[in-house]
Ligand binder design. Structure first.
Ligand code: DQA
Length: 146
């Protein structure tokens, strides 16, 4: 697997969940689009959405054993709470981009704290689903240059 694409809690509700924050596209629409773009350039991608911290951590652990070269992660609410997911990523040593659909800096104070930004290659936020495309382009460049 070249790229692991991970989405955290409540992102399975995209489409109907606070559309003013997160847009109207469903997660399946977004994933289908990203998978098609990755396939076009010959890269394999696996998507996983999980509402539990354990499920996300297990996927990150699996990535360290299956040759994953890059990760695109929207940790959702775990962005602001999860030392455990941060540690799992650090344990793998795999480079990743942190993505948020909304501009978390325009929102509540607690969303300004991220356990991932200082260990990410880069952070993309506020561009809705398009942010995943930007992250994919960064992943493609990263992989092709190595
Ligand atoms: C989010 C922002 C988080 O603060 C929030 O808890 C989410 C989604 C985003 O994509 O904008 O669930 O990660």
């Amino acid at each position: 697997m070249d790229i692991l694409f991970l989405n955290g809690p409540n992102l399975n509700m995209l489409g109907t969940r606070e559309p003013e924050q997160y847009g109207t596209q469903t997660l399946s629409d977004i994933v289908a689009h990203i998978e098609a773009l990755a396939t076009e350039v010959g890269l394999s991608i696996e998507h996983h959405q999980d509402n539990s911290e354990a499920g996300l951590i297990d996927k990150v652990h699996a990535a360290s054993k299956n040759g994953t070269k890059y990760m695109i992660i929207n940790p959702a609410a775990f962005t602001h709470t999860s030392v455990a997911l941060r540690d799992a990523i650090l344990a793998t040593g795999i480079a990743f981009t942190e993505v948020h659909l909304s501009n978390v800096y325009k929102r509540e104070e607690f969303r300004k704290q991220s356990y991932f930004s200082d260990i990410a290659e880069g952070v993309i936020l506020g561009f809705g689903a398009q942010g995943y495309e930007f992250a994919l382009n960064a992943a493609i460049k990263y992989i092709k240059e190595r």
